[in-house]
Write a protein that binds this ligand. Structure first.
Ligand code: ZN
Length: 700
């Protein structure tokens, strides 16, 4: 599971976001402040976080504080893991839609060869479209999943394409330029072709309706479900993650089979260089446990065996001693409406020791939180295992973590591994710091928060409570509770991601208001939680709608979860006026009248969502999500969009990576690894497409 920033600016967004501890010195947790005041850039100018803005996106850059102080060995390890993190970029493009690589390569060819006026409106629209394709790793919006359309005309593109020699174009063998355009243009320009990457609404064939490339050959949802149902043994207590690393296809003769992503299988052209870099990394492993982890991952990439993947995940989750850590592989399943197929991603990171002291307090008390939750005892974990939580600094992002970047990650996703071996939960603090710094004082709270009292509270406590909510969500929420024996962990189908996020969010919300946090020294007083409650309700009921186009429903799991919680609490507390939507000067605001009662409502909903998960109650889960999480109030939506537009902010943000370089002496030996923060967005994307692009245009 991973968490992304929920809204538009750091001060105004909801639960998952991770705010930096810069402001904690004044409060109780001085341990967490540490390095934050260090200026890591070598000159004295302030670090420039904002790279550029286009469409609904803002590109930022992040710093890597502490990198210089690592040992040469650690830096070399990070270097090779970082190279491996970039090698899989094409895989994600192809997973997202089978035409993505063709369209990206076509646009890049036009963009670099174009010799006309670069200020021309048509060309500028092409540039924006290409930047969006880079950002989304394809032609569908990275968050909303719908296809975005070019702002230039097909005629303009035809003219451009005709000026390029056929050898520069991503043609199929034997294909002419005209045939190529006939094939690819409708995918770009026709709104009805491959219109949505992931369709999650419950009443359609989710597989046929989705434009992603996890399934092929016209296979239906029923056929997919039957195929995997046959593989599953209800008595298997440690099942592999079926379907995780393959495309499922129906052949012309009707046979159904998996094409596994591995060395020698599908995507081998990208997986082989990943493996080659991982092999180089082995030589710089910090210890034998880490060496074994990397070697096991290599074995998995070579065999595609999901049992080997589980062995790798167990080794990985147990390693809490290494300072350098990484994710590299087919990991998260948000892109598959059935939640089985995983997109490729990578992060490379090292621990932030000072900030990790805070998360350690939480994980050390994990059993207490589990025992005292408002959930029925039969759904609780008797023994909470191996909850490890740390704050990390990322040094490279790849695949589905780039450029849109998570702020927290909790892995592995396998239920039985979490049950028997625990999970590793991280908060990515150099990313949240960049979010924070880039968005200070942008007018958002002035527009949407009810009164000075709430604004003051958010200013005073928002950093701490937002942080803590993410910690609790990641470290405890996702790891809490059990699935009853015999219940299919995939049984909640299209609703499982939303309900899982709701469970984790509610766990965090419920405990934020608990006196235990004060006792542990994690909050300064008993009122601090109100800042996060206000922020959460405002975001869930109103302001997260800035990310939804007029007339559209909510699709993304984290967003559905947040509206589900906020609307459920609003509706169920209505009789007691717990939360109101109140008007002032023709504007709508969230007003919370009774914070204590709101906490009780969160507790009640947590109990119900845990029951749904524990018992695999699909119908009840569907009811909850469809009733509260999906539909949008059109009048309120419109108002929020209008108010937001006036602020001129970008609802989504992403990051460029630093450039990582080896420094060599005259003998060719590596003497250092250095970071450069000056590369621009388009330059980075073109460089990646040049140096880290290994897949054929069509992977069929
Ligand atoms: Zn989560």
């Amino acid at each position: 599971m991973k968490e992304q920033v929920t809204g538009c600016i750091v001060n105004s967004v909801g639960s998952m976001k991770k705010i930096i501890l810069l402001f904690m010195t004044a409060l109780t947790i001085s341990a967490c402040t540490g390095h934050k005041n260090e200026n890591v850039s070598t000159d004295s100018r302030p670090f420039d976080y904002v790279v550029e803005k286009f469409a609904d996106l803002e590109i930022l850059r992040y710093q890597v504080p502490g990198f210089e102080s690592l040992t040469l060995n650690q830096k070399q390890l990070l270097y090779h893991l970082s190279e491996a993190a970039l090698m899989g970029r094409d895989i994600l493009f192809d997973q997202n839609c089978r035409y993505n690589l063709a369209i990206r390569r076509l646009l890049e060819a036009v963009y670099t060869a174009y010799d006309g006026d670069r200020e021309d409106e048509q060309f500028k629209a092409l540039e924006v479209y290409l930047k969006r394709v880079w950002f989304s790793n394809g032609i569908h919006h990275h968050y909303g999943e719908e296809k975005f359309l070019p702002g230039f005309s097909p005629e303009f593109l035809v003219d451009c394409v005709r000026k390029i020699s056929a050898s520069e174009l991503p043609l199929r063998p034997g294909q002419t330029t005209d045939q190529f355009m006939m094939e690819v243009f409708p995918v770009m320009f026709d709104p009805n072709v491959l219109s949505k990457k992931v369709v999650q609404s419950g009443d359609r064939d989710l597989i046929l309706a989705s434009a992603n490339n996890y399934y092929a050959g016209g296979i239906t949802q029923k056929e997919v479900e039957d195929f995997y149902a046959k593989m599953k043994d209800p008595n298997d207590n440690t099942p592999v993650s079926y379907g995780l690393n393959s495309r499922l296809i129906k052949e012309k003769d009707g046979t159904i089979r998996e094409k596994v992503w591995k060395v020698g299988g599908l995507y081998t052209e990208a997986i082989e260089p990943i493996v080659a870099e991982l092999q180089k990394a082995v030589a710089y492993a910090e210890n034998s446990a880490q060496k074994a982890i990397i070697e096991k991952l290599i074995e998995y990439y070579r065999t595609g065996d999901l049992k080997t993947f589980d062995e790798y995940a167990v080794l990985w989750v147990k390693d809490t001693d290494s300072e350098v850590d990484f994710i590299n592989g087919f990991t998260e399943t948000y892109g598959d409406p059935l939640g089985m197929k995983a997109s490729w991603e990578s992060t490379v990171n090292f621990i932030n020791k000072e900030a990790t002291k805070r998360t350690k307090i939480i994980s050390d008390n994990a059993q207490w939180f589990e025992d005292n939750s408002p959930v029925f005892d039969r759904f609780k974990k008797k023994e909470v295992k191996g909850v490890s939580a740390k704050v990390i600094t990322v040094s490279m992002l790849g695949g589905d973590c780039y450029p849109a970047t998570p702020i927290g990650i909790n892995l592995p996703n396998s239920n039985w591994i979490r049950r028997d071996h625990g999970s590793k939960s991280v908060t990515i603090e150099n990313i949240t710091e960049a979010y924070d710094k880039a968005s200070q004082g942008n007018g958002f709270n002035e527009e949407f928060v009810w009164s000075d009292a709430e604004r003051e509270s958010m200013k005073k406590y928002g950093f701490i409570t937002d942080n803590l909510h993410t910690d609790l969500h990641e470290c405890l929420g996702h790891g809490s509770g059990i699935i009853l024996p015999g219940v299919d962990p995939d049984g909640l189908k299209a609703y499982s991601s939303t309900l899982e996020e709701a469970r984790a969010d509610l766990f965090g919300l419920y405990y934020l208001a608990d006196p235990k946090l004060l006792e542990l020294g994690l909050v300064p007083d008993r009122e601090a939680y109100q800042a996060e409650y206000y922020k959460f309700m405002m975001n869930g009921l109103m302001t997260q709608l800035v990310r939804i186009e007029e007339g559209k429903d909510i699709e993304e799991a984290h967003m559905r979860n947040r509206q589900l919680i906020a609307r459920w609490a609003y509706e169920n507390g209505k009789a007691d006026h717990v939360v109101e939507l109140r008007q002032k000067d023709n504007k709508t605001y969230v007003v919370i009248n009774d914070y204590a009662m709101l906490r009780e409502l969160f507790g009640a909903l947590l109990s119900e969502v845990q029951r749904i998960k524990s018992e695999g109650d699909y119908e009840a889960g569907k009811q909850l999500v469809e009733k509260y999480g999906v539909k949008v109030n059109p009048v309120l939506h419109n108002e929020v969009l209008e108010r937001y537009a006036k602020l001129n902010l970008s609802p989504y943000k992403g990051f460029v990576n630093p450039v990582m370089r080896e420094v060599k002496n005259t003998k060719g030996e590596v003497t250092d690894v250095v970071l450069d923060y000056t590369e621009g967005y388009a330059d980075q994307m073109l460089r990646y497409s040049r140096d880290y692009s290994f897949l054929p245009t069509y992977n069929e």
